[in-house]
Ligand binder design. Structure first.
Ligand code: ADP
Length: 312
């Protein structure tokens, strides 16, 4: 079973408007509310791909109940730690033929007791877990090394972790003695981590970036590059992964779908080639759907067969 972690889930509200008018009232009947947060996107894609998973993390209040009800409705197994505060909403306004304006609540600030309760629950869940995915930002109140601590707890039970975060929590995860099995920065996150500008077409520079000492001990580094596919390092091998040109409907959540593909292939002990092709396929399938963190598995084989992996 894969354990997916979402420490700061939200109800994602998407409002579609023809035009967004500022400083006045906007009305719409086109509203979509989904259980969101990056880890829940990963969960949904794993579920759609028929892989066994449990979603965990921290939630609370009426919004937390709504998130759990949505997961129940979709048949997604979950086991969250409950807190005495409301989970958050995230608002995305889709307007003016392709613009997206977002308002993201910070969400609850966790106490030390909340953090301890979650970590104890995580330890219990690890006993039935073969692989962990951790996605997204940390809620307030948790130190930036909280994910690094989770990696250490998982390692103590011989469970590997795929860590998809950015900024200080990713850096802390890389600095800690117990390393995640995989990280999945996109080009901007890679640039921020190395304090440089990433040119996705410069393979020599990409090799150099991924050889930086900051990544020592991390077996897989998957740099997703949107329509350009991915550049990947696995142990001492480097791969350029290219994907076909596709009709993109909504790219939001592609990175999360990519992480789901990586997790399910690694949990199946697939070859390098299949791991990368699966990840690119679930990423692409997400872009072809209006709903975030959603894939149509019936299309999987068609696109999987069009991904190419070249060792460089
Ligand atoms: P993130 O959402 O983390 O920024 P990316 O934008 O790199 O991640 O997307 C992750 C993966 O989703 C890509 O590697 C690719 O497989 C797929 N993808 C994303 N955008 C596109 C696109 N415009 N065309 C085709 N595939 C895409």
């Amino acid at each position: 079973m894969i354990l997916t972690v979402t420490m700061n889930p939200s109800i994602d509200m998407a409002y579609t408007l023809d035009t967004l008018a500022i400083d006045t009232v906007n009305r719409t009947a086109d509203v979509r509310k989904t259980a969101g947060g990056k880890g829940l996107n990963v969960s949904r894609v794993l579920h759609l791909m028929k892989h066994d998973l449990t979603a965990t993390g921290v939630l609370g209040g009426y919004f937390g109940q709504y998130i759990e009800a949505q997961l129940d409705r979709d048949g997604i197994g979950h086991s969250f730690t409950h807190i005495d505060q409301e989970s958050r909403n995230s608002i995305a306004i889709l307007h003016d033929g392709g613009d997206q304006t977002e308002i993201l609540e910070a969400g609850p600030t966790l106490s030390e007791a909340d953090a301890d309760a979650f970590m104890a629950h995580f330890d219990d869940l690890l006993d039935q877990t073969t692989l962990v995915t951790i996605s997204g930002s940390l809620p307030g109140g948790l130190a930036s090394d909280f994910y690094a601590k989770m990696v250490a707890h998982a390692k103590a039970k011989h469970v590997d972790v795929l860590l998809d975060s950015s900024g200080a929590s990713l850096k802390a995860g890389l600095d800690a003695p117990d390393k995640p099995l995989l990280i999945k920065p996109n080009e901007d996150e890679l640039g921020a981590l190395l304090n440089t500008t990433v040119d996705k077409h410069d393979l020599t520079a990409l090799r150099q970036h991924l050889s930086d000492a900051v990544f020592d001990g991390v077996a897989w580094i998957v740099v997703s590059l949107g329509a350009a596919g991915a550049f990947v390092k696995h142990l001492d091998r480097f791969y350029q992964v290219t994907i076909p040109k596709i009709n993109v409907v909504n790219p939001v959540g592609s990175g999360d779908s990519t992480l789901a593909g990586l997790a399910l292939a690694l949990d199946n002990h697939a070859s390098d080639d299949v791991v990368m092709k699966t990840a690119m396929t679930t990423g692409m399938l997400n872009t072809m759907e209006a709903e975030t963190g959603f894939v149509n598995p019936a299309l999987f084989d068609t696109y999987f067969n069009q991904v190419t992996v070249k060792e460089v």
